[in-house]
Ligand binder design. Structure first.
Ligand SMILES: [Zn+2]
Length: 222
């Protein structure tokens, strides 16, 4: 795995930066699709991992969550409004737009149910990061913010890659994978105001260009 910031590591994925998983101190953030289980567990071998937190309950983030939590005997945490979908993954597809791509992802990537041990909401603390409520891409989407070194882990509020083509670049998540694009855009604009020095995305490489991030979000309609 690759060090991104103090105590923040990005696990290797395939293709690189395609679907990101981060180890933040002793908390695993996101768990890619159910097909990534062995790759994640292999990289965590010998590391201290005491909890698993989700940015949001979508198939490419909770796919391996159940298997990883079982294998490591660690609790699963997620945003309050996504907890029902983590515990009943049939809700994941139901809450997505009816677009065929969203429904295909739901069928192909969704992992099994797992009990949520702790629900996260604005102001909670996870591994030295503050939880921010950033709904829109999912109802209970959260981001993790560490003001001390301005590190932001934002899930899919913004992508740094086109998730369909793999071409790098900042963009809002696809509207057909986002139940409430207007709300998500407002959440994204809020994150731009933080002026982070490094941004970790669910999709795409980490970004250290604060100006690029801030300007992209400031230019979006409110
Ligand atoms: Zn995603």
């Amino acid at each position: 795995m690759k060090r991104i910031a103090d105590g923040v590591h990005q696990l290797k994925g395939f293709p690189p930066n395609g679907i990101n998983v981060f180890l933040v101190k002793d908390v695993l953030i996101d768990a890619a699709s159910r097909h990534a289980t062995r790759r994640i567990l292999r990289q965590l071998r010998g590391r201290e991992v005491n909890a698993h937190a989700l940015t949001h309950a979508h198939p490419d983030h909770q796919g391996a969550s159940h298997a990883v939590c079982d294998a490591l005997d660690i609790p699963l945490w997620c945003g309050e409004a996504d907890a029902a979908a983590v515990e009943d993954p049939s809700l994941i597809g139901k809450r997505q737009p009816s677009h065929p791509v969203a429904q295909l992802f739901a069928r192909a990537l969704t992992g099994p149910a797992h009990a949520v041990a702790r629900t996260l909401s604005e102001g909670d603390e996870v591994a030295g990061f503050k939880v921010l409520d950033v709904p829109g891409h999912s109802a209970g989407h959260v981001a993790f913010w560490r003001e001390a070194d301005r590190t932001l882990i934002l899930g899919d509020v913004l992508n740094n890659m086109n998730v369909m083509t793999g071409i790098p670049g900042l963009q809002l998540p696809k509207p057909y994978l986002t139940p409430d694009p207007d709300l998500n855009r407002r959440s994204a604009k809020r994150l731009g105001e933080l002026e982070p020095s490094v941004v970790c995305f669910g999709h795409g490489a980490p970004l250290r260009d604060t100006r690029k991030f801030v300007d992209f979000l400031a230019a979006l309609p409110s």
